[in-house]
Design a protein around this ligand. Structure first.
Ligand SMILES: [Zn+2]
Ligand SMILES: [Zn+2]
Length: 110
């Protein structure tokens, strides 16, 4: 059975879409065509705790990364649409965000 479900885009919260990705196993995030397009040029993180969305240009993110391994991981992923769910954002946990991104990226697969 094909279930056709429209939901509010989790990124822009404006468009309705049936496109979705699994940000973490079991958790669907709806992404409209516009936002999926934006993900080609930007890394997109969505806070699973408060729902805030962070969009950062890929080139800028990569340029600002000092850690060599982390940089390599992001460079490998820069051609993919990366939309990652994070448990806490900088507003939920101002001190934890850097650690989280770091540990998350080590396990990142492309
Ligand atoms: Zn959208
Ligand atoms: Zn948050």
């Amino acid at each position: 059975m094909f279930e056709y479900k429209l939901d509010n885009c989790s990124i822009c919260k404006e468009e309705y879409t049936s496109n979705h990705i699994e940000a973490t196993p079991g958790l669907k995030i709806y992404v409209c065509d516009n936002c999926f397009d934006a993900a080609k040029y930007n890394f997109i993180w969505i806070c699973l705790s408060c729902g805030k969305v962070y969009i950062r240009p890929k080139a800028l993110v990569i340029r600002n990364i000092k850690d060599h391994d982390l940089k390599r991981a992001y460079i490998l992923c820069q051609d993919k649409e990366i939309i990652q769910g994070i448990e806490m954002c900088i507003e939920c946990d101002p001190d934890g965000i850097v650690n989280f991104l770091r540990s998350e990226t080590v396990g990142m697969e492309c």
